[in-house]
Design a protein around this ligand. Structure first.
Ligand code: FE2
Ligand code: FE2
Length: 326
């Protein structure tokens, strides 16, 4: 008879689980802790087109977080053997649902019911958004063995570390100019979470990939590049549809490529696209939120409002603990 095991945190079974459990629990937050109502004045100063773009990107992000919380993380964690890693992924799944809910908290504070209903309908019917989410979901639902598990992990890192960023662009672009700053803070908190999700799932992937022979490894590597090409093409279409009206799609695509490189590095690969300067306003917004960047070995996190501020050196500690494992 197969025995069901209780998770024993007194005995380390995963190199990473403890480190990521600590970091995830330390940066726990709730949408209700941020005073979004302070953004009302700033919201009213936006043009109708700007409001519409803002709502579209947030509803698109809602769809991705709903997918990651309800399908992505649960699928991945059900295939992971290590009970401590499973626990970390379960915590991450709950955070995805907090992310998904937080966009609604922003909507309900700033927009009317008619605007909210119409933006959700838009997300349900947007061809590019639906297509990219369905591609990711197919890999989540297609987990049958270690090979398909690797594919799902790649899809997951692409979602966490790249696909979100066409949406994050606009809140950062506005916050960088002092607009909708509190809502921008929520997006910063979400980005801070997504950045460690991408690193953690990337590490699980790298460990899984190591189990294969050279031939299978190269099949996996080819799959990653093909999937990135496919998703990037959809991101281009999506960015054009959402951002062309305000003349920003070119900048958004650059930002997506920048983050696609980060996703590849989380998976243990080289950067895929050439290095480009990204919009300084957006970069400001991104860095102000304290994004954890494992590769440049820096991170700064500071959150105002009622959320317990993370100290500047919090990510340093995570970095140090990960470095020690190398
Ligand atoms: Fe999320
Ligand atoms: Fe995530």
């Amino acid at each position: 008879m197969n025995l069901i095991k209780p998770v024993n945190w007194n005995q380390q079974t995963s190199e990473y689980a403890n480190i990521f459990w600590d970091q995830n629990t330390k940066q726990f937050w709730l949408d209700t802790e941020i005073p979004i109502s302070k953004d009302k004045k700033s919201w009213e100063l936006l043009s109708e087109t700007e409001k519409e773009v803002y709502m579209k990107v947030l509803s698109g992000l809602t769809l991705l977080d709903t997918e990651q919380g309800g399908v992505g993380m649960p699928s991945v964690l059900s295939y992971v053997d290590d009970l401590q890693e499973k626990a970390v992924l379960t915590f991450m799944a709950a955070m995805e649902q907090i992310h998904a809910k937080s966009y609604s908290t922003i909507f309900t504070t700033l927009a009317t019911k008619v605007q909210i209903d119409s933006t959700f309908k838009w997300a349900e019917n947007n061809k590019w958004l639906q297509k990219k989410t369905k591609i990711i979901e197919e890999h989540y639902k297609g987990i049958r063995d270690s090979f398909t598990f690797c594919k799902a992990l790649i899809a997951s890192v692409f979602l966490e570390s790249c696909l979100f960023y066409s949406g994050f662009f606009y809140p950062f672009f506005l916050a960088g100019q002092g607009k909708l700053k509190n809502s921008g803070e929520i997006i910063s908190l979400i980005t801070r979470d997504e950045s460690i999700h991408g690193v953690f799932v990337g590490l699980i992937f790298q460990k899984e990939r190591e189990k294969f022979d050279a031939n299978t490894k190269s099949q996996i590597d080819d799959f990653a590049k093909t999937l990135l090409d496919e998703l990037y093409e959809l991101e281009e279409k999506y960015s054009e549809e959402v951002y062309d009206d305000i003349g920003l799609s070119h900048e958004v695509k650059k930002f997506v490529r920048y983050n696609a490189n980060k996703a590849m590095m989380n998976l243990g690969y080289e950067a895929y696209f050439k290095n480009e300067e990204i919009n300084p306003i957006v970069l400001n917004g991104l860095n102000a939120g304290g994004t954890f960047d494992f590769f440049s070995q820096k991170g700064s996190a500071y959150v105002k409002a009622k959320v317990e501020p993370l100290r500047e050196d919090d990510f340093e500690e995570l970095n140090k603990r990960l470095e020690a494992l190398k």
